[in-house]
Design a protein around this ligand. Structure first.
Ligand code: GRF
Length: 224
């Protein structure tokens, strides 16, 4: 890890819209997130995330997975690009590819992901849809370290949102996405400040104030 005064060097991997990438860019430009995006990589040539990166003058690379014979070959090329850009933290932001152990070994405890549900509930794709259809009263989003499983690594931060009676899958997804845009930069900043220690499944966060001792109810309690 570089000197703490230096911005943390990020490599952001996208496959789609890139709204989380945008939030990271905006927070860096505002000065609230002490990081620099060294490179943005997309496996999808049509990803809007690439246009967002270019608009902000960031280096953007398209790496089509179909051009590779195996997942490992694709991952080796990813590693090459990330290492040559001196990336210290790999940020998956809607990246729709499962990474192989080769990739995980190249960046031990240095890959993070954002998932649109309260893990360990509803891992995999369509987290918002699954939570909505299940009928949960709260859902949310989770930033976690990436391990060999699907959305199963140690949890860094979560945000909880209510599910309302008149919600649709889309309105719930929008409420969750708004929170994603807040907790992802926060998680990266905690890593940049070296405030995170992983012990087994647990991520300990130094010097974070305790959250107030509140409970949330949905629907609200009426006099109980
Ligand atoms: C987000 O919902 C994120 O949780 C999931 O993929 C989506 C990416 O959205 N992993 P965007 O490309 O950042 O807009």
């Amino acid at each position: 890890m570089a000197n703490m005064a230096d911005p943390l060097k990020l490599g952001v991997l996208v496959s789609g819209s890139g709204s989380n990438l945008q939030s990271i860019i905006d927070n860096i430009e505002k000065g609230s997130l002490k990081a620099s995006i060294q490179v943005v990589i997309s496996n999808n040539p049509d990803a809007f995330g690439i246009a967002r990166a270019q608009k902000h003058g960031l280096s953007a690379v398209i790496l089509k997975h179909e051009d590779f014979n195996s997942r490992e070959d694709f991952d080796l090329e990813l590693i090459k690009i990330l290492k040559s850009n001196k990336v210290e933290l790999v940020v998956l932001a809607g990246f729709m590819r499962i990474l192989t152990p080769v990739f995980l070994k190249a960046f031990p405890q240095r890959i993070i992901n954002i998932h649109p549900a309260l893990l360990p509930s509803f891992p995999g794709t369509h987290g918002q849809k699954m939570a909505f259809e299940y009928g949960v009263k709260f859902s949310g989003c989770t930033v976690h370290f990436v391990d060999e499983g699907i959305d199963s690594g140690p949890i860094i931060i979560q945000s909880v949102v209510p599910v309302y009676d008149n919600d649709t899958e889309e309105s719930l997804a929008a409420r969750i996405l708004e929170q994603e845009h807040r907790i992802y930069p926060q998680a990266i900043q905690l890593i940049a400040e070296n405030k995170i220690k992983i012990e087994g499944r647990k991520v300990h966060i130094k010097t974070v104030e305790k959250i107030p001792p509140v409970a949330l109810y949905n629907p609200p309690l009426a006099g109980f």
